[in-house]
Design a protein around this ligand. Structure first.
Ligand SMILES: O=C(O)CCC(=O)C(=O)O
Length: 227
């Protein structure tokens, strides 16, 4: 495999099919549609996935990475990212036309460890998590509405250093009066997106108030489907 710099791999988002997933309704879920209902299939939220010690160690590791501005077509997003493993799609969450995957830098040891933990949690072979994306949000930086690129399968996100609110809306209902809901992503928490929440919903994070990092791990649809 050839190796590219992480700056060559500033991609994002996706879709999946894993019927094992069942949505959990976080206590912090808010929104008109889901006040008395389950969250959409495929969304799982796990507070305190990481200990405080693990979080501190991960923050030190990610703070030492060389990060590059993420790109949205010809525009630069204000998020800064480093991608490891394999990358697909663009910052809008759209797949590349040819479905090609870029090969990025290999996982550093600290991300290999967290990949093992996440894979064990989800009951998925470690090697299926082909990508790790580290994202830095300085205060005031958001991520816009998107779905992750369709080549990706399961998406797992870990939140570090500060909380953020993740909002969701149906892909076919983007007006201000359409149903939406939000979950609070506490530091040290993990979320999973697969199934309906990936295929039928968009998500975004409004500007954060404090420096936040996230680690996003992704599988590929084909490799999960043939497992
Ligand atoms: O920071 C996060 O947890 C969300 C990241 C995200 O949605 C993405 O990279 O596509």
């Amino acid at each position: 495999m050839s190796s590219l710099t992480t700056a060559d791999c500033s991609a994002t988002s996706a879709v999946t099919v894993d019927s094992r997933a069942h949505a959990h309704r976080p206590a912090s879920a808010q929104g008109s549609l889901f006040d008395s209902a389950e969250l959409p299939h495929g969304l799982v939220y796990q507070p305190d996935f990481l200990s405080a010690e693990e979080e501190a160690s991960l923050v030190a590791e990610v703070a030492s990475l060389t990060l590059s501005e993420a790109h949205f077509h010809q525009y630069r997003a204000r998020r800064r990212v480093a991608m490891f493993g394999e990358g697909a799609g663009d910052e809008a969450g759209r797949a590349q036309d040819d479905g090609a995957l870029a090969v990025c830098s290999p996982f550093p040891p600290f991300l290999s460890s967290i990949r093992e933990r996440v894979a064990a949690w989800r009951g998925v072979p470690v090697a299926h998590f082909v990508q790790a994306l580290v994202t830095e949000y300085q205060p005031g930086v958001p991520i816009g509405w998107h779905r992750d690129a369709p080549q990706y399968g399961i998406v797992v996100g870990l939140s570090l250093a500060a909380a953020a609110r993740m909002r969701f809306r149906p892909v076919d209902a983007t007006g201000p009066r359409n149903p939406s809901f939000a979950i609070e992503l506490a530091p040290r928490s993990a979320y999973v997106m697969q199934g309906d929440i990936r295929a039928r919903w968009q998500h975004h994070i409004p500007p954060v108030s404090r420096l936040r990092y996230s680690i996003t791990l992704r599988t590929l649809v084909k490799r999960v489907a043939t497992a």
